[in-house]
Design a protein around this ligand. Structure first.
Ligand code: IPT
Length: 981
């Protein structure tokens, strides 16, 4: 007889969202659950209806087969963003449809006799069919939510059964799981099974408000059918008994509609002096709910860690516990470079701890419910969560949003997410999904949520897209993506705003990016109605790949990477690297952390923007310290003053943080008497955790606000002739190129950088190429010598314009002063940089500088790099963005030295703070490479000194940088002095 599960062809039936699956609930994990993870028998079929053969290999559960080296299977990860990886229209799937069959024996415990037995499959991608001992048990869809099946009566306690999980990769559901990520196939979360009493808790719903009011609603069922007489529930909160709502019991007893099959009971209490939950002080209470039989014995138990808090929208403000909190969020996928999709508790803890350390307070679970442990961790560590349903129909958005065949799937996915996660205090907003247009299917799902959980707002970008102020759609929040900042501000000032404006995605972190983040936050903090947003995104989804055979390194690949860099023979794979014919390249590498979770420089920028403590100069004699948090004082922080003197090193002194409530400020005296001389002076307050936090050990830096105490003296305009050292001369060759023992390539003009992802995808680099900026042809026009000084005029010809460039080399005490002038024609109205590039001999491996640092910074991403004395080995200056590109820049550099271990080397002093980079690569080296393993470091240093450097912006997906960060045509002048150490 044909298998009924296969006969249904559920992979092409969107109406079939499940069969035989138990309702989702929030009862939580039962004690005594048995884990079925490990190696399962496995075979990969070419299609779901292909016959299962006799030959098995094995696959690890949980895990996707696409990332495992399994005998005879070669179905690899594939990355596409918007477009589907196959041509079929919804609800069709391709005939070639890899289908994994997982099988294993299970021994049913003796003592499960008489109990209700449940199989729990954490998640499977994208259709799950379950058979036990050859009998069909159930079907489930939604690759990111668990499915449970009742096996009572299917298996026999004390005997052995065979569980088979058939996982079909492509289906009607793939069309609504078209998220911007790798496509995989497999069982991605743990499989377990457990037994309960037939009388069991079917669901527990917790409502705990900021005034200490707690209500716990329990649903009770008996798998035998009718509920036994006399059952009741009890509960405890931190050991204190809850009160049974006997009034509800009485009403239920009298209500004929309340059947003997579904029991309802409510527990209540009010906690005096409640410690409320918020992302800063995530106070949790232990809740235990017990279901009793009439004789008082316990039939079932449910444990929760709950938080008391309220979420509401008042006017155009989103309030948590009455406070208008800023949402400093990031979008997060369940991703791991070795497993692809499966994430461990430790991984998630590390993810969220890192976010906390860098000032984030919110996560959007893009674009599907994340692993359940993430929500426990967000509750515990303190992060607001926008919980997003597993719906993205990007490629066929318009067709699907109103397609009645998908109606059930929309409601199923949204409602099951809500049923699973409703008890988490961290979840403050539900999201209907991502990039799926807007249609009746969304409204149906929204209606369900609004009835079931009126305690949280709902958001959906697709609904808010057309009119941020609309009051009749499925979104309570105006949550655009990548909206230009000026549009957001204009909306907030328009008088038309009706909803809080919190961008669901902004500041696209692809490659060297996130320009103007500080400008965004300055506007957000200055504009009522703007409340924050979620950076796109947390991870670079680079998969660790062996270069020789192109396979994923897989679970065994741990320790094959460090500080963002893959070990030799390995690389971070992005789209196309597994030979996928259809792919979207490096667009998958757009996170604020590298695939190994090493923070990118933007993380430091974000940390400073989110600083809980701010510092401002106060008149001339003091400082103002302020508390920029929403809920707590500064007592959890310690601090130290640091004074950086341009000419006098760094002084430190202990700092006492004032006792400030949120929003308060205090004037404090200057901690140091400024030395009379010493040029520029910068005061930094280094703020660290005073004690161990669950997310960081004591002493972890939280922010380092800085103020300038004294500006650099304006340099006296000394006539060049006076600084000239008589009798010394500068040597240039016949082409007017400087000859210097420490330089292997003379200083020349540079107008170009290795295109960043923003430059490339934003079309900016295309213009540069069209203008010929990547291959300027230099021709010397004149070389004039005058008393040891040499003046060189050269022309740099592009394809549409010529730049005149003058260099004047003057011998000065200990070295050479270089005065430069470049005149850019009007055609070159937006170039990458105007500056000097030269190369040094090998061996100068340490860069020390006075300026912003120590991490990478650019003109529009420099708020997190304080001015000071910094020292970094040359090899560590470069940031290994997955696709090689301009990187390693330092903003606001006043002077630097490049030295060998014996102290020899060169020193450069700049006329004013400039953008400088020192790397092992020429711009063309970076441009030519697609991955880091293709780069060959040069032995010496490639040094750029830029009079002007273009901002980074976010044009790979979103707005470019602001006009003020562009490099204008016209005359640029800059001077520097090169000395030998
Ligand atoms: C937007 C998507 O929501 C997100 O998943 C990701 O693809 C991001 O862009 C870019 O990395 S959609 C885009 C077409 C605006």
């Amino acid at each position: 007889m044909a298998d009924p599960l296969l006969a249904l062809r559920p992979w092409e039936a969107p109406e079939v969202t499940s069969w035989g699956r138990l309702p989702m609930n929030a009862v939580g994990r039962r004690s005594g659950a048995l884990c079925l993870d490990g190696d399962w028998r496995f075979q990969l079929l070419p299609a779901p209806d292909a016959p299962v053969g006799a030959a098995w290999s094995s696959a690890y559960v949980p895990g996707v087969w696409t990332m495992q080296t399994i005998q005879d299977t070669d179905d690899r990860p594939q990355y596409t963003n918007v477009r589907m990886p196959f041509a079929e229209f919804p609800p069709q799937s391709p005939a070639a449809n890899p289908t994994g069959v997982y099988e294993r024996e299970v021994d049913v415990p003796h003592d499960w006799a008489g109990r209700r037995i449940v199989l729990h499959v954490g998640a499977a991608e994208s259709v799950l069919l379950v058979h036990v001992d050859g009998r069909p048990v159930g079907i489930s869809k939604d690759s990111h939510l668990a499915a449970e099946f009742d096996l009572t009566g299917v298996v026999r306690p004390g005997e052995r059964s065979v569980v088979r999980l058939t996982v079909v990769k492509w289906s009607d559901a793939s069309h609504i799981e078209d998220q911007d990520q790798w496509w995989h196939g497999g069982v991605t979360r743990s499989v377990l099974w457990y037994a309960t009493d037939p009388l069991h808790l079917a669901d527990v719903t917790v409502r705990a408000g900021r005034h200490g009011d707690l209500r716990v609603d329990c649903r009770v069922r008996d798998s035998g059918g009718a509920l036994p007489e006399g059952w009741y529930v009890s509960g405890e909160l931190d050991g204190q008994p809850l009160t049974r709502d006997t009034e509800l019991d009485r009403i239920n007893a009298e209500d004929e509609r309340v059947s003997g099959f579904l029991g309802e009971a409510r527990l209540l209490t009010t906690v005096a002096d409640v410690r409320t939950w918020n992302a800063e002080t995530p106070e949790l209470y232990d809740l235990t709910v017990r279901l009793h039989r009439a004789d008082g014995t316990v039939a079932d138990t449910s444990y929760h860690r709950i938080g008391f808090r309220d979420v509401e929208i008042v006017g155009r403000d989103l309030l948590v516990n009455g406070e208008r909190v800023y949402i400093r969020g990031v979008n997060r996928h369940d991703f791991h470079p070795l497993t692809g999709r499966t994430v461990s508790y430790d991984d998630m803890r590390a993810d969220l701890s890192l976010l906390k350390r860098f000032g984030f307070n919110a996560v959007r679970t893009a674009h599907y419910p994340n692993d359940p442990a993430l929500y426990d961790l967000a509750d515990e560590l303190g992060l607001y969560v926008v919980d997003e349903a597993d719906i993205e129909s990007h490629d066929h958005a318009h067709e699907i949003a109103d397609d009645p065949r998908y109606l059930g799937a929309f409601v199923d996915r949204v409602s099951r997410m809500v049923l699973r996660d409703k008890n988490h205090p961290s979840v403050i907003i539900w999201s209907l999904g991502n990039e799926s247009d807007y249609g009746a299917n969304h409204d149906a799902a929204a209606g369900w949520v609004r009835r079931h959980d009126p305690t949280r707002p709902l958001q959906y970008e697709g609904a808010a897209k057309l009119d941020w102020g609309a009051t009749d759609d499925a979104s309570d929040i105006a949550c655009p993506m990548y909206a230009p900042l000026e549009d957001c501000v204009a909306h907030a000032l328009s008088g038309e705003q009706t909803k809080p404006l919190i961008q669901c995605e902004y500041s696209h972190a692809m490659g060297n990016s996130n320009g103007t983040l500080a400008d965004h936050w300055a506007a957000i903090e200055a504009t009522p109605g703007l409340q924050g947003g979620f950076i796109w995104e947390f991870w670079d989804h680079g998969i660790l790949q062996r270069v020789n055979d192109g396979r994923p390194a897989g679970r065994g690949g741990a320790r094959l990477y460090e500080s963002g860099v893959a070990a030799p023979g390995h690389r971070w794979a992005y789209g196309g690297d597994f030979g996928e014919p259809i792919h979207d390249g490096a667009f998958i590498a757009d996170g604020v952390v590298f695939p190994d979770r090493t923070p990118k420089p933007v993380m430091y920028e974000h940390r400073e923007i989110a600083a809980p403590v701010r510092l401002e100069p106060f008149r001339h004699e003091g400082l103002v310290v302020s508390n920029h948090q929403h809920f707590r004082g500064l007592e959890w922080l310690a601090a130290e003053w640091e004074l950086s003197l341009a000419d006098g090193g760094t002084l430190r002194a202990p700092a006492e943080l004032p006792d400030l409530r949120p929003g308060e400020t205090a004037a404090v005296p200057l901690p140091f008497a400024l030395p009379r001389d010493g040029g520029e002076a910068w005061l930094t307050l280094r703020v660290t955790t005073a004690d161990d936090q669950p997310w960081a050990p004591r002493g972890t830096e939280v922010c380092a606000p800085q103020v300038r105490l004294r500006a650099a003296p304006v340099p006296a305009d000394v006539p060049v002739a006076e600084v000239t050292v008589p009798g010394r001369r500068v040597e240039v060759d016949a082409d007017g190129l400087l000859v210097h023992p420490l330089l292997t390539a003379a200083p020349t003009l540079s107008l170009w950088r290795a295109p960043t992802d923003n430059d490339a995808l934003g079309g900016i680099a295309l213009r540069w190429r069209a203008w010929g900026l990547d291959a300027l042809v230099r021709e010397v026009v004149s070389v004039r010598r005058e008393e040891g000084r040499v003046s060189v005029l050269a022309e740099y010809a592009g394809s549409v314009g010529v730049v005149r460039h003058r260099q004047v080399f003057t011998p000065v005490e200990g070295g050479i002063r270089v005065d430069e002038e470049a005149e850019l024609p009007d055609e070159f109205d937006d170039v990458a940089r105007v500056g000097t590039v030269f190369e040094t001999v090998a061996g100068l491996d340490l860069l020390e500088w006075f300026g912003q640092g120590p991490w990478e910074s650019y003109p529009d991403r420099s708020a997190g790099a304080p001015v000071g004395h910094h020292s970094v080995p040359v090899d560590s200056l470069f940031t290994p963005y997955l696709r090689p590109q301009e990187s390693g820049g330092r903003h606001g550099v006043r002077r630097f030295t490049l030295s060998a271990p014996d102290g020899t080397g060169l020193a450069v002093a700049l006329d004013e703070p400039r953008q400088v980079s020192v790397t092992r690569y020429r711009a063309e080296d970076l441009t030519a490479a697609a991955h880091h393993d293709e780069l060959v470091p040069r032995p010496g240093c490639v040094v750029h000194i830029d009079a002007a450097h273009r901002g980074l912006g976010t044009a790979s997906c979103g707005p470019d940088t602001f006009p003020s960060y562009l490099v204008a045509p016209g005359v640029h002048r800059w001077s520097w002095t090169l000395r030998t150490l």
